[in-house]
Design a protein around this ligand. Structure first.
Ligand SMILES: C[S@@+](CC[C@H](N)C(=O)[O-])C[C@H]1O[C@@H](n2cnc3c(N)ncnc32)[C@H](O)[C@@H]1O
Length: 276
């Protein structure tokens, strides 16, 4: 894919997300009332693997309208969220106000994050359907590294790239992994995982599936040191209709069915003394 295609893809994606952000805010999928009642949205392995955020600065890249960002704030982090949808960041500010949480939200492309944020952080957090919107993972990795303070860490909690080859309805492979890795344009992406197909007018997107090898290699090419990579048998949302929701809020294969990795998490650290 050349730079023109990548630029066109980012422009399509921005329009797609700008239209969906308010629909997601007003819909049931994200259950904002539950969040406002005090329930955090982070998954159990996220708070286990990133246990002590209190007093640390955290930037959430591609934060959507900020429920995960604000959940980290409730655990004591000083949070900033960045997303290229102005509708999403405006909604995030409104939810932060309603929840009485101190947070900053910035509307900007990830690829402009250094200048748009004008700060560095102890933690960069991202994931749950973030990397698939980015054409250039090497540039993303170098921006993540630049955003971190010495001793700071990236915590990436992402959907497993292997699931992108599977049919959305059946337990069968229907998509070529390597075509997806090169980037694919879809002109029939009406609706979304959180809103009906009839609700939307901007229905073209471009997505890239970045395999674990690509993600690790991009990060290993920066000064970051990868500390852990864990595959999980659960995922944050009902990606396939046959998944079952557990008491922890995550979705898994039904009992008795062979499990596949549905998500992964990765930690990488910038060399230096964090002062903690
Ligand atoms: C599936 S959402 C991420 C999920 C999010 N973690 C949540 O809690 O819902 C993907 C987000 O990435 C944002 N996005 C996509 N491409 C982007 C880019 N190039 N720069 C900044 N944000 C981007 C979209 O606006 C959207 O809010």
């Amino acid at each position: 894919m050349n730079d023109d295609d990548a630029g066109e893809g980012l422009a399509l994606n921005r329009r797609w997300w700008e239209e969906r952000a308010p629909l997601h805010v007003s819909g049931d999928f994200y259950d904002i009332d539950r969040f406002l009642d005090g329930t955090n949205t982070l998954l159990p392995w996220e708070t286990e693997e990133l246990p002590d955020v209190s007093g640390r600065s955290l930037v959430h890249l591609q934060c959507h309208f900020g429920l995960d960002t604000l959940s980290w704030a409730r655990l004591g982090a000083q949070v900033t969220g960045l997303d290229f949808s102005k509708n999403a960041t405006a909604a995030a500010c409104d939810i932060a106000d309603r929840a009485g949480i101190d947070a900053r939200f910035v509307a900007a492309d990830v690829y402009d994050a250094i200048s748009a944020l004008g700060a560095t952080y102890d933690i960069v957090y991202t994931g749950h359907g973030a990397l698939n919107w980015l054409p250039d993972l090497d540039r993303w990795a170098s921006i993540v590294s630049e955003l971190l303070n010495p001793g700071g860490e990236l915590y990436l909690a992402e959907f497993h790239p292997g699931i992108d080859v599977m049919s959305l309805t059946e337990l069968e492979v229907d998509t070529d992994f390597f075509d997806l890795a090169a980037g694919l344009r879809f002109d029939d992406a009406a609706g979304s995982y959180a809103t009906a197909k009839t609700d939307t007018a901007n229905n073209s997107v471009m997505e890239w599936t970045h395999g674990l090898g690509r993600v690790v290699t991009a990060l290993a090419s920066t000064e970051l040191r990868i500390e852990r990579l864990v595959e999980h048998d659960a995922i944050a949302y009902p990606r396939f209709p046959f998944l079952e929701r557990g008491a922890d809020g995550a979705y898994r294969m039904p009992a008795g069915k062979p499990r596949i990795p549905l998500s992964y998490s990765l930690k990488a650290r910038k060399p230096g003394d964090s002062g903690r």
